[in-house]
Design a binder for this molecule. Sequence first.
Ligand code: BG6
Length: 475
Amino acid sequence: MSSFPNGFLWGGAVAANQCEGGYLEGNKGLATIDVVPIGKDRFPVMLGKMKMFECDNEHYYPSHEAIDFYYNYKEDIALLAEMGFKTFRLSIAWTRIFPNGDDASPNEEGLKFYDNVFDECKRYGIEPLVTIAHFDVPMNLVKTIGGWKNRKMVDYYIKYCKVIFNRYREKVRYWLTFNEINMLIHLPFVGAGLVFEEGEDEQAIKYQAAHHQLVASAKATKIAHEINPDFKIGCMLAAGNTYANTCAPQDVWKSMEKDRENYLFIDVQSRGEYPNYAKKMFERMNIEIRVEYGDEEILKENTVDFISFSYYSSRLTSADPEINAETAGNVFATLKNPYLNASEWGWQIDPLGLRITLNSLYDRYQKPLFIVENGLGAVDSADENGNIADDYRIEYLRDHIKAMKDAVNEDGVELIGYTTWGCIDLVAASTGQMKKRYGFIYVDKDDDGNGTLERRRKKSFYWYKEVISSNGEKL
Ligand code: BG6
């Protein structure tokens, strides 16, 4: 008997801005990510510290062509089908549907593009899992109303949701309202189109923007269920439990606080209200969230159907400010854990941490879980015959799938699917690099934009195919 339930959704994930390219094709409008360059200015822009509202000739913007999925989707989906994908997570680029965000009517060419993509998935029996907003905000709305700091964003987002829910009513069942909603706190321009002026209370602006997204997410959930009661709506957390650096109670307390910074979002989306610890935290920070009449009811009555999350690594924290040997990790500050190895980008590898995270989330929410991102960003190189033997990636994924299996078999966690991140190589969100590769499929392109864009199967391609066909038994 297989460890994973029948119908378990094996697959992979991408995001429009990291794979599509064609950034102005088919009447698409400019999105936040299209003005985020590679290089030294990338982080200041992503943090909302440096204003870059237009593209210039001095910078290179990786999203503009990305891996050209816009023109290659048929070939790419055929390759995913060859691996036996049951599901494919992708996002809709908001600015393909509403190029300026506030347009009177949607852009038919954009809608048609996703019709074609979903039809292609259907041809192979692949269930689409669609992220409605994956790190993109229409630039026009950033310029004119300041992005998600403005309440009007809720209406624009809902208008967009209504259009895509109706249009793809029969083609898509699984939806995620916001990718890694907690990322807004760490990369505010990326998560919410926020840019700060000197002297502004950044925390207050971020949490107000978060409130707008939480209300938008709940309203979208309500409308989705009205449009099609079979729709399954999920939230999405950048997850990974925070460990305490020592067993000193102060460290344990600190790790709990760190986890709550992230849980806060899912607590609202899954339980329907701000937890008391969040209200107290806002008090301490002197933040007064402007809550409109009816918000509390909306949040309470429209909680999500399932909890999805990304997992790359666990985190480590200390109460002692002197201890600051930080390493990288999905934009979250974390200490170096001496018990773990790390990827070439310093992200610490912790498969048991995935089992711990699955259990924590299931204990807390008691709703089905969906791992919608997991994987190893690594440099791949081909041998003289052009073969890419990415055994390190296979090992990473194998260990994480084993941990997942333990969570399901030994702990009784309800898990509905697993989509590895960047199933086809794409642009890295944090660094903008191509050489940080996650895929089973290699794409010939480098960090400067050179390459033929040719697709090539890696060793992991054949391995994952077996994993799927054996429902996770052959690892
Ligand atoms: C998640 C994002 O934060 O991590 C993805 O949802 C991103 O968009 C992924 O690509 C991996 O991060 P990176 O920076 O290695 O691409």
